[in-house]
Design a protein around this ligand. Sequence first.
Ligand code: GN1
Ligand code: MG
Length: 364
Amino acid sequence: MNIDEKLAKVCEGFCIDGTYIGHELIQVGNVNKTYRVKVMLPEGREKSFLVQNLNTYVFKHPVQVMDNIDKVTEHIRAKHPGQLALHFHHTKDRKTYIESGDDFWRMTNFIPSVTYNVVENLNIVRNAGRAFGSFQVDLSDFDSQALFETIPNFHNTVKRFEALEATVAADPCGKVEEVRGELDYLFSVKEQACRLTRLWEEGKLPLRVTHNDTKINNVLFDAKGDEALVVVDLDTVMPGLVGHDFGDAIRFAGNFVEEDSPEYAKVGVNMDVFRAFTEGFLEKTAGALTQIELETLALSSFVLTVELAVRFLDDYIQGSPYFKTNYPEHNLVRTRNQIALAKDMQKKLPQMEQIVKDCVDAVL
Ligand code: GN1
Ligand code: MG
């Protein structure tokens, strides 16, 4: 079946009143495939929906992913009735997904909006900080036991390093020699990068319910203003540390260039973006965070950057089975980009810590 035939069948499977007329591939995201699908309604009007094919190599238990999303969106909806949200459509047998062979499909409303990868407008950045901060605050009373751990140890940096070590030992594609320099750097910063995980193991950092994939392109923005409409991509909502959400957001939005840019000389933390995101995030969360969470917030940007470098490199050495790639060295380029960013963060850490303190003082 070609993709049009597959999408037409998906549209038939969900309870929507239209017939499939076409699609557009949305080039956002490194694991799932996302389509904007157009249907013709009975009254002769076109309507769009968002259809996603969940990556079942990455999400081994996709039904559990959908279960988590249902619970979390319900919890947030109850707090903000009327607020714009993603709505997952149901099939005739009341499921939020269709399984067909290796494909796992889901369908939501299409929200007209824009997303950003690199953004210099500081109002937008601050609003992204507020959106992810509010998301976390909204879930602060959610029972984390109710959630499946859809990808175990997702942000366990210690385990990510162990996995990389095992991949290096196996060297399934004979790529290890080529990446010695990258490996040497990553293992040289292992202890500092594993600090959050260690503090959590020692019981010094609390587990919360976190988003775990806080790239700024997971916030939908109003096309005309700078307003954040909704936080999307709830696939990895799981128990986690506040620094996972803060650090991942800075790693992505704070970089002068996109995470897969090969222009390594341009890579670095834009401190204006760092400040704006921190202001927005802490405006919502500062009152709820512990002293040690606040003290390790700036460090979490470095931690998440190194962790992503470790994951990209691990995938590259294995022949890139996990992340979508457009060319064979794509994951190596991502690794080098993230290493350049981590090095810049090491230099700027004292400044970043000062900004966190200033923002906390402004709120508390
Ligand atoms: C993946 O697919 P996307 O872009 O939402 C990955 C994140 C990484 C990110 C790097 C489930 O997210 O953890 O930070 O790529 N998601 C999963 O761009 O592994
Ligand atoms: Mg994601």
